[in-house]
Every structure is written in C-alpha cells, then in structure tokens.
Ligand binder design. Sequence first.
Ligand code: FES
Ligand code: FES
Length: 213
Amino acid sequence: MYNDSPADQSGTTPGATPNGGSRRTFMKQAGGILGLVMAPPFISQAERLTALSKKVAGVSPVQLKVNGTVRTLQLEPRVSLLDALREYMGLTGSKKGCDHGQCGACTVHVDGRRIVSCLSLAVMNQGKEITTIEGLAQGDKLHPMQEAFLKHDGFQCGYCTPGQIMSGVACVKEGHAGSEAEVREWMSGNLCRCSAYPNITAAILEAEKSMKA
Ligand code: FES
Ligand code: FES
C-alpha cells in the first residue's frame, strides 16, 4: 500500500520519483522490475552449478549411503546433497523449492538429524546415514507419520509434503511435538504454499502418539 497524496506527486518531496513521474507510475515500473527479479528463475543457481560441474575438472568419486544402500557417484565437489539425490540418484521425493535453505522442501535426515539438503554439499555427507522420504516406509508398510498425513489430509498439492513428513518425524524424535504450539514452532522452517498447516499439525500430533506406542 502507498499514499498517493498530491505532495507525493510533486516530484520534490522525500520519496519523489525519478524523471518527475508520479509515485503511482514509479510504483508500476518498480513493480514490473520487482516482478522480474522475484519471478522464479527458470534455472536455479544450484542447477546452473550442477550443469557447470559436469564440464569443469574436479569430478571425483563420492560415496553416499542413502536409505541403507551405498552408491558411488562421480561428482564435482560443489554439488549439493539435494542435487546428488535428485539428479544423480533419481531420488526425486526430496523437492527443490527455494534452493536457498528457506522452505524445507528438501529436508532429509543425516545421521538421524534433519537438514535442508540444498545447503549441504554431497561430499560432506560421505560416511553418514542419509534417509530420504523414499526410505521412510518399511516395504509396503507406511511410516506412522505418512499414515497420519493421509488420515488428516496433511497435503494439497503435495509439493512440500516429503519435507514436511521428514521434518515431522524429526520433530517428534527431538521431543518437540508436545503441543500444537510447539509443533508449529518447530515446524516453522517448513513452508506450505497451500496452507495445509492445521492438517499438518494435526497429523504430527497424532503421529507423535503412534510413534511412541
Ligand atoms: S529447497 Fe532446500 S530449503 Fe528450500
Ligand atoms: S501441500 Fe502444496 S505446498 Fe504444501
């Protein structure tokens, strides 16, 4: 919101616009520029880096133990764990939302602790136990958190869901799921653009009981 007062349009007051144009005109122009800046990039920074890493020297073997299986990948040192999972191992359950550690869509467990895999380099995770959403179920038996998400409709488009579930499991294991307020606080790093938060919270509170049982 802005104030379109006559003083604002004089071009001489604080906040006056370039070239003497009205603030409304300026805001429209700025909005257009901001829209371009804020539009989702067609190719993310990590994707650009990954594409580049395939061309530059420095590719070397990296061993990752993911969901109990050790795989050796040929990776350039700058490849993120998220890209190693998605692009090199075909484990696309972990989602790339922001690619900047701000949305939680890429949450996985490393040695039992939740991390955002877009901010971790694959090479740093050698020798560690990595669990992704694909490794959560036991064969055909869903994890209690997955069952609770289904029961409580904890997802709409489902894009954030793998990260929510991985974070939810960790949240319970950390002992941070004792109340709705606590769940909301400790799940605040996981964003849901569909705003399925009440159902996600209900699912985690229910899973907290079944995971203890
Ligand atoms: S994609 Fe990793 S936090 Fe958003
Ligand atoms: S369910 Fe759509 S982003 Fe969360």
